[in-house]
Design a protein. Structure first.
Length: 257
């Protein structure tokens, strides 16, 4: 696969940021955190002063690269209320690819600001975001043929869904896309409530762009509360269309205020 095509896969992960599964952001922070913050929204506390800020961070690793990210969501009316929500995200990822006979290592930086809206009807909750996506890629050694080297600006969209058909079962999905590299990411998960402490079950994910594709299947633990934090973990098998495969792992956490 051409070097530029491989590197454009970086955007895939961010397409989902975060939204996005490219080598750099193999699991988008948007997708990775969607289930965690939606699960937490149903159990917010705060009395007469409901939480309006949600802080999140995490990392994702697989043999083709890794990423770390952090950010916040701000809902002036409260995280558990319908209405306006603002998402801010920062991420950094590393990845590698081959250009001819040369091994290239890249570092990607991403920043996104996305206004959005929360809608909850019964046991179904949906959040929709859209906004500015900024990325910068540094390559070592330099690869002038790669179209994504340097800085890029684009638009990002993200939609998250959480549904609890019964008190003991959940279903979640997240979709994200960016105009940078025409990248996308899709994740779906099912879960069952265990010990009234967390959700666990299978998850699947696909991400890519016009050339690159990555696929994941694994298991997750969502909304595990320990002290002031709520944790999400995932692990499983990953494969891409460059015939690379292996294991992936991710950990994310959030705190509310």
């Amino acid at each position: 696969m051409p070097a530029a095509a491989r590197l454009s896969a970086f955007c895939v992960a961010t397409a989902v940021l975060l939204g996005g599964g490219c080598p750099a952001f193999a699991d988008s922070p948007d997708d990775a955190l969607a289930s965690l913050d939606l699960a937490a929204a149903g159990t917010l506390t705060g009395g007469h002063h409901p939480e309006s800020m949600l802080f999140f961070s995490g990392f994702d690793l697989w043999r083709g690269g890794g990423s770390a990210y952090g950010g916040l969501q701000w809902a002036p009316a409260g995280l558990s209320q319908d209405g306006f929500t603002l998402k801010l995200l920062l991420a950094e990822g590393t990845y590698r690819y081959r250009a001819g006979m040369t091994d290239i290592r890249g570092t990607g930086l991403l920043a996104a600001i996305m206004p959005g809206w929360r809608i909850k009807r019964g046991d179904l909750e949906v959040r929709i975001f859209a906004g500015l996506d900024l990325q910068h890629h540094t390559l070592s050694p330099d690869d002038p043929a790669n179209a994504l080297r340097g800085g890029r600006a684009g638009a990002r969209v993200n939609a998250d869904l959480w549904w609890e058909p019964t008190a003991a079962m959940m279903a979640a999905s997240s979709v994200s896309a960016s105009t940078i590299g025409n990248s996308f990411g899709v994740r779906a998960a099912l879960g069952w409530r265990l010990a009234d402490r967390f959700w666990t079950g299978p998850e699947i994910e696909a991400s890519g762009d016009k050339v690159y594709r990555q696929y994941r299947i694994g298991a997750h633990v969502t909304a595990l509360k320990i002290a002031p934090f709520e944790w999400s973990l995932g692990a499983g098998y990953v494969e891409d269309n460059s015939h690379r495969s292996g294991l992936y792992g991710r950990i994310s956490l959030l705190a509310r205020q």
